[in-house]
Design a binder for this molecule. Structure first.
Ligand code: HEM
Length: 524
């Protein structure tokens, strides 16, 4: 026994030693002592080799990427994240630099803020960094790497097709203005969600909702917000704590989503698809069914993810972006006035407001849109990427399945790219005439902002989002002044980015409820 322990002692590893003692204690009871010694030595050698490989890999892994204090066994940094994630990450960036790593339950994650480094990690090394996390909740996102249906649909909805479909966007935007331009206090988020939702519903199924009380609206928004509630760093990380998953298998997001997908989403989508296939004229489900099912009716499971992707990724993103921007505009009458001068000049000449492809007639409005979007990103940390296989990045091994979050909040406050980043200064974007869509595919120094993500995963719906945002902005500002809400004595109750808190949790960060007014303009 003492001899065996001396052999194991060479390895200078308490765990291995303990393991060998354990085996030798049990085996030496029933076997010949020398055979046992050989067996134990073999096991110890194998364990030692495994341990050395593991520790040398661990030493190289994340070599040089700092990590904040406060990680605990099993839960990692979850308890240190706090309730205000952008603030916590900003503090960690200040302490540790533009790249740091954290543990979210059992998961390794990298948070990166510097745009040039993010470009290098997520675009130049996109071959390794373009997966989505296995356990990432959004079914559509999770599978769009393998199921490129949604990207195909969105490509089909490219600039040319969107020009043809422009009247749909304009009609929806006009209806929005008709509805809200009462001068009453109103929270614009729900009616703006309806604008985005209707466009997707009309394009896919040739149907639309008639109001925010329409059961179709309610059910669609229920599905979208439920999916969204499964996402977000903290929500997802908590479901990754192995112990909790063992105690309660339903703690796993996957199980919750699977139950929700089959029980709620499938019947909803099946019925929409059936109706979409029955109508006269073209729509996307007819094309999809032709392509995927050779036009056969009855089973549409293979269209489900594409449809879900479109609805979930395309509805609240755009609506939330416009809502944050209108909040910012509501306390900036002088900015609105300058935009309205541009729009009015166009209307005087052409008898109508400009379309998206005529955006060079409203350069100041475009610059203001970009500045609002910079100051309040729609997703604070993008949509996480996951590492597909171990790879070396700047002398550091980044292990397979590491998650990567790009910190949009900090990237948009980079004072080299955006001098005086805290200041609302649309002039910084004047002269950038290209679309956000083309800017999103440029090098970071030539990009306007980073809201549409990175590399191979860059948002395929950015053109649709931008066209829609344009239609709504131009129609609202042509007809209304956006003003603060008033209290019962008629006094303004101004709200700003500092006083309307973001609803933390899901990936898309919507504002807590707030009200503003759309007051019809008196052009004289
Ligand atoms: C202002 C509105 C929008 C914002 C801010 C936005 C932002 C994003 C971001 C940050 C990503 C992840 C990029 C990355 O992984 O690096 C993404 C992905 C995606 N977006 Fe958008 N998006 C918007 C509108 C839309 C619209 C209107 C659609 C289509 C209906 C859409 C469809 C998608 C899809 C399908 C993906 C997943 C792509 C993939 O995983 O390969 N998005 N979006």
């Amino acid at each position: 026994m003492s001899q065996q322990l001396t052999v194991s002692g060479l390895y200078n590893n308490r765990l291995v030693e303990h393991f060998i003692t354990l085996i030798s204690n049990t085996t030496s009871l029933s076997r010949d002592a020398s055979a046992t010694a050989v067996g134990i030595t073999a096991v110890a050698t194998a364990l030692f080799a495994w341990h050395r490989i593991k520790s040398s890999r661990e030493n190289l892994a994340f070599n040089g990427i700092p990590t904040p204090k406060g990680a605990r066994l099993i839960i990692g940094h979850i308890l240190s994240l706090g309730s205000n994630l952008p603030k916590t990450f900003h503090k960690w960036h200040k302490e540790l630099g533009p790249v740091f790593r954290i543990k979210l339950g059992s998961k390794d994650a990298i948070v990166i803020s510097n745009p040039a480094l993010t470009q290098d990690l997520l675009s130049t090394n996109g071959k390794y960094t373009s997966n989505r996390p296995d356990s990432f909740a959004l079914i559509g996102f999770k599978h769009s790497g393998n199921n490129d249906g949604v990207v195909a649909v969105l490509n089909a909805l490219g600039p040319k097709r969107l020009k043809e479909e422009n009247s749909i966007l304009c009609n929806e935007a006009d209806e929005f203005v008709d509805l809200v331009s009462t001068g009453e206090n109103i929270d614009p988020l729900a009616p703006l969600m309806r604008v985005s939702l209707n466009f997707i519903l009309l394009t896919l199924f040739s149907t639309r909702t008639t109001s925010i009380d329409d059961p179709l609206y309610k059910q669609a928004i229920h599905i979208i917000t439920t999916f969204m509630s499964f996402t977000g760093i903290v929500n997802t990380a908590i479901t990754l704590i192995p112990l909790l998953r063992v105690l309660n298998p339903f703690f796993s997001n996957d199980k919750k989503i699977a139950a929700f997908s089959m029980g709620t989403c499938k019947p909803f989508y099946d019925s929409l698809i059936e109706k979409g296939l029955d109508v006269d004229g073209d729509n996307m489900v007819k094309l999809l069914n032709e392509e995927l099912n050779q036009g056969k009716r009855g089973n549409y499971d293979n269209m489900f993810l594409t449809i879900n992707d479109m609805l979930v990724a395309g509805t609240d993103t755009t609506a939330v972006t416009i809502t944050w921007a209108f909040l910012q505009l509501s306390t900036k009458p002088e900015v609105q006035k300058k935009i309205q001068e541009e729009i009015d000049a166009f209307v005087d000449k052409h008898g109508r407001v400009p379309y998206f492809w005529e955006r060079d007639s409203v350069p100041y409005m475009i610059a203001v849109q970009r500045e609002c979007f910079r100051l309040r990103p729609t997703t604070e940390f993008g949509v996480p990427h996951a590492v597909a296989e171990d790879f070396e990045w700047r002398g550091t091994l980044i292990p397979k399945q590491t998650w990567i979050f790009s910190n949009m909040m900090d990237a948009h406050m980079d004072s080299k790219k955006y001098p005086n980043p805290e200041k609302f200064d649309p002039d910084r974007f004047l002269g950038q005439e290209d679309t956000m869509f083309s800017s999103a595919n440029r090098r970071p120094e030539n990009r306007d902002h980073f809201n549409f993500g990175w590399g191979r995963r860059v948002c395929p719906g950015s053109h649709l989002a931008e066209t829609q945002m344009f239609s709504v902005w131009v129609r609202v500002l042509a007809r209304c002044n956006i003003m603060p809400a008033v209290d019962k004595n008629g006094n303004d109750v101004p709200k700003t980015l500092d006083t309307v808190s973001p609803k933390s949790g899901p990936t898309v960060v919507s504002p807590s409820p707030f009200k503003i007014r759309f007051v019809p303009r008196n052009k004289n």
